[in-house]
Design a protein around this ligand. Structure first.
Ligand SMILES: [Zn+2]
Length: 444
């Protein structure tokens, strides 16, 4: 990109056909452009179609949103997707700000004030720019192009009890003012998360974990589209998308006054098939590639969902971790494919790992009593496989039994499997799951 185009003077703004949209307007415009080009705004997120739609609609109206759901249902992924959408808009639509503006306000406002004598436009110019530029000529005000990056157009707050309102609002340092003398010096007026996010996205993860004062600090920005830094009398205009999340258990800790100003969007667990897709995507990103029989992946998803909330909460993150550990187990054993022993190892390790001292006994009891049967699962998916299981009963190991299973039966079973699973190795892996369950020597 030509650097010369990146910074220029205010007077040149009219040559760029400047963007006059608010941040929510830019967001919805980008979404529209993506739909027209058949691009997915949320490519990383499987399922949750209605949630994505509601999120887009709420943000397009300029409302802040509160995404509610259990751990691991993809709340933070949704927020990251919002940031990427906006990032793309800024890459393709030049937006300029007055150089040094702490809230990266659209330079259009100062342009309208100076060039078009529009006095109302001054309301959207921050105190720092007013002080620095309001009496200048448009030829002498430097402007620069803005992009979205962490700390400039994107700020993230991880909710916890200790966050002070100053962190959100920024701070006017009286002592530094006494030393430096310039009330607009950036060392005197320190920006907070709102200033950092201005022009883009403010993301608060686990809003309910923030103390009340920090939650209140957000209200003015959400309500009035402006904020006042701590110790300051100056009010800054702010334009941003506000996205927050809460776990269902912390929902009630969100102050009513804050919750009332946000559009709540409940996110349930994705459907079974989407959870399988999520696991597959995560597995494909592992540092070692392992053949993972499809029905074993499905069994892991099904088992975690079946055991959820009996002794402990087991969300999609547990499914992913169990599958990854199954891979690691196979890798350590030097196998090229994941066996049923690895699957069991992954599931047990993950589920036990979710417990603590109090739930330890309860989890073990659950695993002994409620752990789903892989044999039943396989029979349900591929009923023909039962005929092969009965052959195993007659021999002492799967390898020998496999030699005696009718070739036609193997072909018929193969035809019932998805393409990736159509190999003798995978069928043997499924037969092994049966062998383990009846204490016949498995291959693994
Ligand atoms: Zn400004």
């Amino acid at each position: 990109m030509n650097v010369k185009n990146e910074s220029m003077n205010l007077i040149d703004l009219n040559k760029t056909s400047p963007c006059v949209l608010s941040v929510s307007g830019r967001f919805i415009r980008q979404i529209r452009e993506m739909i027209e080009k058949d691009e997915d705004a949320f490519p990383e997120i499987f399922g949750l179609g209605h949630v994505k739609r509601r999120l887009v609609e709420a943000l397009a109206t300029g409302s802040g949103v509160l995404i509610k759901g259990d751990f691991g249902v993809g709340k933070t992924h949704l927020c990251s997707a919002v940031v990427s959408v906006l990032k793309n808009y800024y890459l393709t639509h030049p937006i300029y700000t007055n150089e040094g503006c702490p809230v990266r306000e659209n330079a259009v406002h100062l342009y309208n004030y100076i060039v078009n004598n529009d006095h109302a436009a001054l309301e959207n110019v921050c105190p720092v720019c007013r002080h620095q530029y309001a009496a200048s000529t448009a030829e002498s005000v430097p402007i620069e192009r803005v992009y979205i990056a962490e700390g400039g157009g994107f700020a993230r707050v991880q909710g916890n009890e200790d966050i002070e309102p100053e962190k959100i609002l920024g701070m006017y340092h009286l002592i530094r003012f006494a030393e430096i003398g310039d009330p607009f010096d950036p060392r005197v007026l320190e920006g907070g998360k709102i200033a950092q996010a201005s022009g883009g996205v403010l993301f608060v993860d686990e809003l309910g974990l923030m103390n009340n004062e920090a939650q209140y600090a957000l209200i003015q920005a959400l309500q009035e589209k402006s904020y006042t830094p701590t110790n300051s009398k100056m009010t800054f205009p702010v334009d941003l998308l506000f996205v927050s999340t809460t776990n269902n258990t912390n929902d009630l800790r969100i102050h009513k006054a804050v919750a009332n100003r946000l559009v709540g969007i409940p996110v349930g667990r994705v459907g079974f098939d989407d959870e399988v897709l999520i696991v597959k995507k995560e597995l494909s990103q592992m540092s070692f590639v392992m053949r993972f029989p499809e029905l074993f992946i499905e069994f892991i998803v099904s088992a975690i969902r079946a055991l959820n909330n009996i002794a402990v909460y087991l969300g999609p993150r547990s499914t992913i971790r169990a599958a990854r550990m199954a891979c690691a187990s196979a890798f350590i054993e030097g196998r090229a494919a994941v066996s049923f022993c690895d699957v069991k190892e992954g599931l047990y390790t993950e589920i036990r790992g979710q417990g603590d001292e109090q739930t330890f006994d309860e989890i073990n009891e659950m695993l002994a009593k409620d752990f789903p049967s892989a044999v039943e699962f396989l029979k349900e998916r591929v009923p023909l496989i039962e005929n092969a299981f009965s052959v195993i009963d007659q021999y002492k190991d799967t390898e020998t039994a496999f030699l005696y299973i009718d070739k036609q039966l193997i072909d018929d079973i193969m035809a019932c499997l998805c393409e990736a699973d159509r190999s003798h190795e995978t069928i043997k892996a499924y037969l092994d799951a049966y062998a383990v369950s009846v204490n016949i020597e498995p291959l693994c």
